[in-house]
Design a protein around this ligand. Structure first.
Ligand code: MRU
Length: 356
């Protein structure tokens, strides 16, 4: 894949590389992101110079994970405010729609953009102050999400017993959020507390976020894990103590959109009576959606299924259905671990309490 307008800043081979990384950094007016499509083989940082490059990076999953794309989108809009000088507010509102459309399921993206749009719409802020206000707000969202993931880690780690075997899906760690992560953040915190844990990591077809990203993170952190194919989940569920998954959008009744395959984990966990927890900041809730059926599900390109690393693995003419997410109904969810506490059923009533 060609990268037309992204500036390659740093590139290193992963072999022998022990340093710790950050998925996104805004410093000196520059937005640097780790290109996650290259992991675990290469660590390459890209400097994104304008909102179009941010949109490209979000669409291609160079930056991914619900909280992280929210933060990246916010910086994208803030960067655009620095670049233009006339018709600023009309232009920024138009750009805000384009950014929100980059990925439709994760509510964090539109939630973060809406926070900036409120500033754009505020007549009390002069045009000359707009850019600095937008940058400050993007930084505030970045900081809040970072702090929230640490709070989630602490709250969730209480549920993890010593010697626990944990099953997760996709990638929900520092590659998916500005902080330590959501489901993986709980795992990191429990491990740092000295608990012995084991993690099952499904590959997460088609884009292999489990194999490429979660396995990469857990290797770096030296947390014991076993990589499995997605179809192995049912056979290891009996040996699992708890399932922890992230969320891209949670409806008012607790129905949760998350990476495709999450629903299978929930159904199998229910069959084996294994507790199934969703782990997410409050920014992942969308109270305008009454149930999961109202959540838009992103469908992605068929090539993600028929090719692996440019190698054709199925007939080019195959009919393909490639939804990036599925909806887990609330009745399969034991609880939702958030930055404010653990929400238990009945979800409609208890979620409402968290937002009063
Ligand atoms: O398509 P992706 O890789 O962005 O999907 C990510 C997930 O589904 C995560 O579980 C979710 O965004 C929560 S991230 C903390």
């Amino acid at each position: 894949m060609t990268v037309p307008f992204l500036f390659i800043l740093i590139e290193t081979s992963m072999a022998n590389n022990k340093k710790s990384f950050s998925a996104l950094k805004f410093s000196g007016g520059n937005l640097l992101v780790l290109d996650q499509t290259l992991l675990p083989n290469k660590v390459r940082y890209l400097q994104l110079k304008n909102y179009r490059e941010v949109i490209e990076a979000i669409k291609q999953l160079r930056i991914r994970g619900a909280p992280l794309i929210g933060v990246a989108g916010a910086y994208g809009l803030a960067l655009e405010s620095k670049r233009i000088s006339s018709n600023i507010r009309t232009h920024l509102k138009k750009v805000s729609y384009e950014i929100k459309d980059a990925r439709p399921t994760a509510v964090n993206l539109s939630w973060a953009i809406e926070r900036l749009v409120k500033i754009v719409s505020n007549p009390e802020i002069s045009d000359s102050k707009l850019s600095s206000k937008l940058i400050s707000e993007a930084k505030r969202i970045d900081f809040e999400e970072r702090t929230h993931s640490h709070m989630i880690g602490k709250i969730g780690a209480k549920l993890i017993k010593n010697n626990a075997t944990i099953l997760t899906i996709c990638n929900t760690g520092w590659l998916a959020t500005p902080g330590i992560g959501t489901a993986l953040g709980v795992i990191y915190t429990a491990y740092q507390q000295g608990k012995k844990i084991k993690v099952y990591v499904p590959e997460t077809r088609p884009l292999l976020q489990g194999a490429r990203l979660t396995a990469f993170e857990l290797t770096q952190a030296k947390i014991p894990y076993t990589l499995i194919t997605d179809s192995t989940v049912a056979s290891i569920m009996k040996k699992t103590d708890i399932v922890l998954v992230g969320a891209d959008r949670i409806a008012r009744n607790g129905d949760t959109a998350n990476k495709i395959g999450t629903l299978s984990l929930a159904i199998i966990a229910d069959y084996y009576k294994v507790p199934f927890y969703v782990v997410a900041p409050l920014s992942s809730f969308d109270l305008t959606k009454r149930t999961g059926t109202e959540i838009p599900i992103e469908e992605r390109n068929k090539n993600e299924i028929i090719y692996i690393h440019k190698q054709l693995i199925a007939p080019k003419t195959a009919n393909i259905y490639n939804p990036a997410f599925d909806i887990t109904p609330n009745k399969l969810i034991t609880g939702i671990i958030t930055n404010k506490g653990i929400i238990l059923p009945p979800f409609i009533k208890n979620i409402n309490k968290y937002f009063q």
